[in-house]
Design a binder for this molecule. Structure first.
Ligand code: PBG
Length: 324
């Protein structure tokens, strides 16, 4: 007798009935770049379909994102000026602070996350304070805490430190508690690799390091055990959600982190992963929508509960047709 696995693949209804993994708009978070000005909707050349938005445009976008059933957005700011310490990052009237307040006023139920980092705001493009030509860990913690508090004051639901300084989750958690923001969560970029897949983002956010690279703070792509160490540390320091980034070249890491910790695990399907699909789709070399869904399934299969992805809107539109 032949064993026939194909019986479970015969019709689309049978296939759906026995499906193991789902992608839901509820589990997607859409990253958005926000800039000063009015009526601005500037296309990002390396990220087809993505824009830098002024706050008024962002509010419209937030309404659309919500209407598609997507749970949240994560905001990245483009400051008016950059300086040595990234002071717009913690300014009361900084771009992200204004953006958060505007979105929370118009679409209060949309979960708003903010990226807490300095690289877009510093003139040297590093994620921390430079002392003697090096990124100084502990001096950076004070500034990051100020950034996190300013986002919490503006109304952010979660702050997301992406700088990879040691001890930053603890520093931010303590200051949030001290200042009365006990309900503001921390989604920690716990496992963030020094990746070239961030290329298009650095163009979109104008955040390339002006000297050297980020290898003294972001992780070596060859390391897996270290991912568990970083995740456990952030759990201990008080993170609410643990993130692995990038996603596709690190599916094994997502899987291992999922099995070692008991918090929700997020994966960041980063700019380079998005750009490659869009570029090949435009050339007619792949079917971009199909490839996108396949990629998102792989990230969910690996064990991610949440996915931060520039594909969020595209995917939510497909999911709404109930064809998958
Ligand atoms: C800021 C930050 C980066 C990304 C998210 N937050 C860039 C970097 O670390 O250089 C990358 C996101 C993406 O590529 O989509 N530190």
């Amino acid at each position: 007798m032949i064993i026939r696995p194909r019986r479970l693949r015969r019709t689309s209804h049978i296939r759906k009935m026995v499906r193991e993994t789902y992608i839901k708009a509820d589990n997607l978070i859409f990253p958005i770049f926000v800039k000063h000005g009015k009526g601005e909707r500037e296309p990002i050349p390396s990220m087809v379909g993505q824009y830098q938005l002024s706050v008024d445009e962002l509010v419209k976008e937030a309404e659309e994102v919500r209407s598609l059933g997507i749970s949240g957005i994560i905001l990245f700011g483009l400051p008016r000026v950059k300086d040595k310490v990234g002071s717009e990052a913690y300014a009361k009237d900084g771009i992200v602070q204004k953006a958060v307040a505007a979105v929370k006023e118009t679409v209060p139920e949309l979960v708003v996350l903010t990226d807490v980092c300095l690289c877009q705001y510093t003139d040297h493009g590093h994620c921390g304070i430079i002392q003697d030509g090096r990124v100084d860990n502990d001096a950076t913690l004070d500034i990051l805490s100020r950034v996190a508090i300013s986002h919490a004051e503006a109304g952010a639901d979660f702050v997301s430190p992406s700088d990879m300084m040691d001890g930053r989750v603890k520093a931010i958690r303590e200051i949030l508690e001290r200042d009365g923001f006990k309900d503001t969560g921390i989604l920690a970029y716990a496992v963030k690799y020094a990746s070239s897949f961030y290329g298009p983002f650095r163009e979109a956010a104008d955040s390339k390091p002006q000297f050297g690279d980020r290898r003294s703070y972001q992780m070596d792509p060859a390391n897996a055990r270290e991912a568990i160490k970083e995740s456990l540390l952030d759990v201990e320091e008080g993170a609410d959600i643990i993130m692995v980034k990038p996603a596709l070249p690190y599916l094994d890491i997502i899987n291992q982190v999922r099995s070692h910790i008991h918090l929700p695990v997020a994966a960041y399907n980063v700019s380079g992963e998005y750009a490659m699909v869009k570029a090949a789709d435009q050339q007619g070399w792949i079917d971009g929508e199909e490839v996108m869904m396949e990629m998102l399934f792989s990230i969910r299969r690996a064990g991610a509960d949440l996915i931060l992805t520039y594909f969020a809107k595209d995917a939510a539109k497909i999911l709404a047709t109930h064809e998958r």
